[in-house]
Design a protein around this ligand. Structure first.
Ligand code: THU
Length: 133
């Protein structure tokens, strides 16, 4: 895998953020990721009049990942309405961990961080395997 083009991921995340449907929070979010086969995928948040049913941008990203052929997440950039890096919510860190594992990189204000750092002591697919022994 060649060098990660973080600038491109940031600009794709911005494009996604501009498509967000966030009339209730007025907090649009966009996310883009590099997949291990070189694809770049993206997502935006989609809210609902029943606030708790709102879909985070990362939900859309994972849906795009699977619908476009699957694969593993290598690098992820998530932005808010100002284009600042956004640290994904707890539930979404779990979603990203499922599809990228501990070594996937997430851009933060402190530079790229591994998912192992962003979600320490994560529960993941390996824990289910362990239970089957
Ligand atoms: N949101 C995301 O899309 N991703 C996150 O990781 C944090 C929060 C959305 C959900 C809601 O539409 C809005 O941001 C305000 O919480």
């Amino acid at each position: 895998m060649s060098r990660i083009d973080w600038e491109r991921l940031h600009s794709v995340a911005l494009i996604a953020m501009k498509k967000a449907y966030a009339p209730y929070s007025k907090f649009p979010v966009g996310v883009a990721a590099l997949v291990d086969n070189g694809r770049i995928i993206s997502g935006c948040n989609v809210e609902n009049a029943s606030y708790g049913l709102s879909l985070c941008a990362e939900c859309g990203l994972v849906s795009d990942l699977i619908a476009s052929g699957g694969g593993r997440l290598i690098a992820i950039s998530c932005v808010d309405g100002q284009g600042n890096q956004l640290a994904p919510c707890g539930r979404c860190r779990q979603l990203l961990f499922e599809h990228g594992g501990p070594t996937a990189l997430l851009m933060t204000d402190d530079g790229p961080q591994t998912m192992a750092t962003m979600l320490p002591w994560a529960f993941g697919p390996d824990d289910l395997d362990r239970n089957e022994r």
